[in-house]
Every structure is written in C-alpha cells, then in structure tokens.
Design a protein. Structure first.
Length: 236
C-alpha cells in the first residue's frame, strides 16, 4: 500500500523488516516474496538492472521450497525487471518459465495465502505488459485483451492499470481510436482509486498519445482528462 501511494523509501523499510521477520520464522517463500516485491518497485522507478539482480536472487533462493504458483510469481518479477531493462530475449525466456511452472500448480498445493490472486488472467496480463514495455504491441495486445476480459469495475485499480497498458500497446501500433478508447476507460476508473501507479500510467499514456494530438480521438481524450482533473480537484 505504501509503495502504491508513491512512498517508495518507506515501502523499502517495510519490505526489509518483513524479510527479517520471515527469516526469523524460517519462512523462505515469504522472504523471497518480500525481496522480489521491492525489485518490482525498483524496476518501475529505479535502476532496472539492480531490479534484475534482486528478482533473480529471490527466485533462485526458493526453487526447492516454493510451490509452483509461488515460483511463477517470482519469475514474473524476473521477467518484468528484464523487460524494463529492455532485454527482450531474457524477458521472453522468463515468461516461458512462468508458463511452465504455472501449469504445474494444482489444487492440492499448500500455497501461501499471499499468492491467491495469481491466475491465468494475471499471467497473461503480465506477459502483455512486458511485451508492451519492449515495444512489441502485436504480441502484447491479445494477451492483454484476454486477461482484461476477466476484470470489471469492482477491481478498479487493477482494471485501470491494465487498460493503460492496452492503450499503450494500441498507441504503439498506431491504432489511435482504440488507444484512446482504452485510455478513457482507464481514466474513468483511475479517479476512483488513490494510486500513484495509476496516476503515473495515465500520464504515460498522455505522453504516448502526444504525437497524435491533432487527431479527433486524442482531442476527445484530452478534453476528458482536463474535465476529470477539474472535477476531482474542485468537487461540487
């Protein structure tokens, strides 16, 4: 929650304390999760190559003690860090490993409670996000679309975030009408949550659409953005 609010230094402090507590409890999977989580944060707002090192350390350290679902989550963060670093080959290799271990998980596994949310839709979305970051929108779009289809407005934060990557992929592919449609949906959901990540993603999409500012679709989106910002800042 602290990381999502943009308080990154404080979040790192909590992660470190959590890692220490997990080691005292001899809970290696939880320690690995708490190590890979700041790698995800670092990939987004810091040095992605440092994030690669941390994510790989977390994934490697619990290969024998983690369930397949936990391994899939840790490998996703390896893939994400490499994608943010611009390493297409290793990203795709890591995503292949995610698919492989995810298919091995079963109902009888004693998964940690904190990995409950990782399902096929989330795996597809992460792959789509990675390919978007790598500038490969044709691979990203179908993965994002099929993952997003499992979401609705009751999960506004995730839905808004994932729609922003779909808008990004469409913009890269110069499908501007579709890009602005997804961006508008993302924006309408973004005002319902207090998330620095969501806000940053909206600004990223605005920058991505800027080269097409003279199109009617982008002008409509900018009008929506300006009216939304005003309504949030100065509520009646």
């Amino acid at each position: 929650m602290t990381s999502d609010a943009g308080l990154y230094d404080r979040a790192r402090t909590y992660y470190v304390k959590g890692i220490q507590a997990a080691h005292v409890a001899q809970d290696e999977p939880t320690a690995a999760n708490l190590l890979s989580s700041p790698s995800y944060q670092m990939a987004n707002v810091g040095d992605p190559w440092q994030a690669v090192t941390i994510a790989r350390t977390a994934a490697k350290g619990t290969e024998r003690s983690s369930t397949p679902l936990t391994c899939a989550l840790l490998l996703e963060r390896v893939a994400w860090a490499h994608a943010k670093a611009g390493d297409s080959v290793i990203t795709e290799r890591a995503l292949g490993e995610v698919d492989r271990v995810f298919e091995q998980h079963g109902d009888g596994d004693e998964d940690p409670k904190w990995v409950y949310w990782l399902d096929r839709g989330e795996v597809d979305v992460m792959a789509g996000r990675c390919f978007t970051e790598l500038g490969r929108p044709l691979k990203a779009e179908p993965l994002l679309t099929q993952g997003i289809d499992t979401y609705d407005a009751t999960r506004a934060r995730e839905f808004s975030l994932y729609l922003s990557w779909l808008a990004d992929a469409y913009a890269q592919a110069r499908e501007i009408e579709r890009a602005t449609e997804a961006a508008a949906k993302s924006l309408n959901l973004a005002v319902k949550v207090n998330s620095a990540r969501v806000t940053d993603r909206i600004e990223t999409i605005r920058s991505r659409l800027h080269p097409f500012a003279d199109t009617a679709a982008v002008r409509r989106f900018e009008d929506l953005y300006q009216s939304t910002v005003v309504s949030v800042t100065c509520p009646r």
